[in-house]
Design a protein around this ligand. Structure first.
Ligand code: NAD
Length: 245
């Protein structure tokens, strides 16, 4: 479904991003993953390359405009085009507002919102030149329902939705589609790190009575990245088993 497409996936070293990188590469995309550290990028690349998949990886500081622009330029030069960007890297939060420091709040916004802006801004000129491209963002079910703790996290994901819908309008005339997937509770390190008291009550609110797997989200990204979704832009696709918090 993605033959010869060049796809950049941030936060591609594990969890949802890793599953998406694997699926896209299996669908014959040339995948470039971004991670936070050399070791985690190398580990993910090893695992994917062992399966014979075509992947490459970098670890730019996503909050450095200079580093992001340089690595995107390098990729564009090497591959000749950039067709798909998945802004997936993200961190969560779960403290009460009184216990959240200003630094912790800013850390969440820096990665979940500002980094999305940096990477997208770096990629858009190439997509505009091609007059074609797909930008996908990882939002969250908390962007719809809010969350009773970790205020920076739902705040960041509401911002991701606004970014998605607005950029879809701005870039539509250039044939660039912009969509987001809003996952429910997904079986990744991020969720495994949450206290059990938070996860168990959540599962009871899920009509499908299971948490999702990273592959459930990767499948949604594949659909949205493919030409099957050629008339879909500005959408926030919930993939959450009909969860209602
Ligand atoms: P994860 O913790 O398994 O993976 C996070 C990824 O982000 C990793 O590849 C990591 O290298 C990268 N990352 C973390 N900090 C970074 C930094 N400072 N700079 C660059 N990269 C960094 O998490 P996940 O559950 O796979 O989450 C991926 C996305 O899905 C996030 O945006 C998250 O908010 C969203 N999400 C997850 C869930 C869930 O239940 N797991 C639900 C809704 C939304």
């Amino acid at each position: 479904m993605l033959e010869d497409k060049v796809a950049i996936i941030t936060g591609g070293t594990r969890g949802i991003g890793f599953a998406t990188a694997k699926l896209f590469a299996k669908q014959k995309a040339k995948v470039i993953i971004f991670g936070s550290k050399k070791e985690s990028v190398d580990r993910a690349l090893n695992e994917l390359q062992k399966e014979g998949l075509m992947v490459d990886g970098y670890y730019p500081n996503l909050n450095s405009e200079e580093e992001v622009v340089a690595v995107v330029e390098k990729i564009a030069h090497q591959y000749g085009h950039i067709d798909i960007l998945v802004n997936n890297a993200g961190i969560s939060a779960n403290k009460k507002i009184e216990d959240t420091t200003v630094t912790e709040f800013h850390q969440v916004i820096d990665l979940n919102v500002n980094a999305v802006f940096h990477v997208t801004k770096a990629v858009v000129p190439y997509m505009k030149k091609q007059q074609n491209g797909v930008i996908l963002n990882t939002s969250s079910m908390v962007s719809i329902y809010g969350q009773a703790a970790g205020i920076g996290y739902p705040t960041s994901k509401f911002a991701v939705n606004g970014f998605t819908k607005s950029l879809a309008r701005e870039l539509g005339p250039d044939h660039i589609r912009v969509n987001a997937v809003a996952p429910g509770v997904i079986n990744t390190d991020m969720v495994r790190a949450l206290p059990k008291e938070m996860i168990h009550p959540l599962i009871q609110t899920i009509p499908l009575r299971r948490i999702g797997e990273p592959e459930d989200i990767a499948n949604a990204f594949l659909f949205l990245a493919s030409d099957m979704a050629s008339y879909i832009t500005g959408a926030i696709l919930s993939v959450d088993g009909a969860t209602q918090c």
